[in-house]
Ligand binder design. Structure first.
Ligand SMILES: [Cu+2]
Length: 135
């Protein structure tokens, strides 16, 4: 019954792989977080507010208290990466959402690059979001 024993050993190994696999999946990973735009479009002009939500993609829940340390807003999606505008963080967003103020000097697609640190996680959340400014 050598074959039988062998297949049991294989089965045990497979169960082991499956179990360690599920442990890896259960552990939170920085890749499981992502920013989403609350509104995809915005009106072109000065001092417009962009609101983004930081989500834990596993639970679908918003993530509060992230530290956002890198932002850039430029027209790369419309071939104008050199056309950047200043972006500043704004207080007063609901938990899990983050607000920024920027001037959209031109209608078209603007790329918002965000970096963030999430409490209790190593690594950096990096997202590039495209917001469309309309006339
Ligand atoms: Cu432009």
């Amino acid at each position: 019954m050598k074959t039988f024993r062998y297949s049991r050993a294989v089965m045990a190994a497979l169960i082991g792989v499956a179990m360690s696999g599920s442990i890896t999946i259960a552990h939170a990973d920085i890749k499981d977080y992502a920013f989403q735009l609350v509104d995809q479009t915005i009106k072109a002009g000065p001092d417009k507010t962009i609101t983004v939500r930081l989500l834990d993609m596993k639970t679908g829940k918003p993530v509060p208290d992230a530290v956002i340390f890198a932002t850039r807003l430029d027209m790369a999606p419309d071939g104008m990466q050199e056309m950047a505008t200043r972006i500043t963080s704004m207080p007063g967003a609901e938990p899990g959402t983050y607000k920024f103020k920027a001037t959209f000097s031109m209608a078209g697609r603007w790329q918002l690059s965000l970096g963030a640190k999430v409490q209790g996680e190593t690594g950096t959340v990096e997202s590039k979001l495209v917001v469309t400014a309309q006339k």
